[in-house]
Design a protein around this ligand. Structure first.
Ligand code: OAD
Length: 260
């Protein structure tokens, strides 16, 4: 019988190892799948995904918030608590290591959980905002500090207006600056990773295709196939928390921690 660690080993193509070692600019797009091993639920997976249990139209649109701000706020408060208990996993940590080892690195995420930041990534392009911040509907001030208490949603510490989560809801535009930086990174990167995303929500889903069009080598890391799989140069089928550390160890064996 194979030992568990051998059975878990993903075959990392030598050509990909070489591409990573020699890349000038590595760009990575992440989705909910990178945080799955931290215990943060994904959206579209059958049964366990959030959108299998909740209707996004009731919870993640401006209309839903106007209709029932308390319900929407409380759903995000529940998710905020869940995320606060989560820790970055080996996939997040491996990406932070890649950032340290390549000349240029761009991390683009659709996640609102700030786990890349907590894993040590220096700069993350947040396409869908962050659950750690709220924004005032009256004065537009973005804040990380508010008091949960008498009123739900709570009030802006600056002007007393109603706060909303500083996240992008369905039907809303992405933050202009973040999207522009993400597109520029996709165009400039010579190696582009798509990690843990189903690739069905635009404009984020277009980034791997933009990168390929501009000449990047494209890699997908996901246990499942996605609409983008057929366009990839390399497909590493498996959980990011296992694949990414093995990729880093293969690319920089001299810096790998000794095996226990
Ligand atoms: P999805 O839930 O659509 O997709 C998660 C992907 O992660 C799937 O393709 C899974 O196969 C994959 N996956 C699961 N476990 C994994 C693991 N351990 N390692 C790697 N991959 C794994 O989530 P997103 O693609 O992030 O937007 O969804 C995009 C956007 O749709 C979200 O940002 C959110 C959602 O509605 C808004 O709320 C605006």
């Amino acid at each position: 019988m194979m030992s568990e660690s051998l059975a878990d080993r993903i075959i990392i193509p030598e050509a990909l190892v070489e591409a990573l070692r020699h890349a000038e600019h590595v760009a990575v797009l992440t989705g909910a799948g990178i945080s799955a091993e931290s215990g943060v639920p994904t959206f579209r997976e059958a049964q366990k995904g959030l959108w299998a249990q909740y209707n996004p139209e009731d919870l993640a649109t401006q209309e839903a918030f106007e209709r029932d701000p308390r319900r929407v706020w409380e759903w995000y408060a529940w998710r905020r608590k869940l995320i606060a208990r989560a820790e970055p996993n080996p996939g997040h940590l491996a990406l932070a290591q890649i950032e340290e080892r390549v000349p240029r690195f761009s991390l683009i995420t659709q996640n609102i959980d700030e786990l890349h930041f907590r894993a040590g990534c220096k700069e993350t392009i947040e396409l869908h905002g962050s659950i750690g911040r709220s924004r005032c509907l009256s004065c537009d001030e973005v804040t990380r500090e508010w008091v949960e208490g008498d009123e739900t949603p709570p009030r802006c510490p600056n002007c007393g207006g109603m706060l909303r989560p500083d996240v992008v809801w369905f039907g809303e535009a992405l933050p202009f600056d973040a999207l522009a930086r993400a597109v520029a990174a996709a165009h400039d990167a010579d190696l582009f990773f798509s990690v843990g995303t189903s690739g069905v929500v635009y404009p984020a889903a277009a980034l791997p295709l933009e990168a390929i069009e501009y000449g990047a080598t494209a890699v997908e890391i996901n246990p499942e196939e996605t609409p983008a799989t057929v366009m990839m140069d390399f497909v590493l089928k498996g959980p990011a928390g296992r694949v990414l550390p093995q990729l880093v160890a293969a690319a920089w064996p001299e810096q790998a921690a000794p095996q226990q």
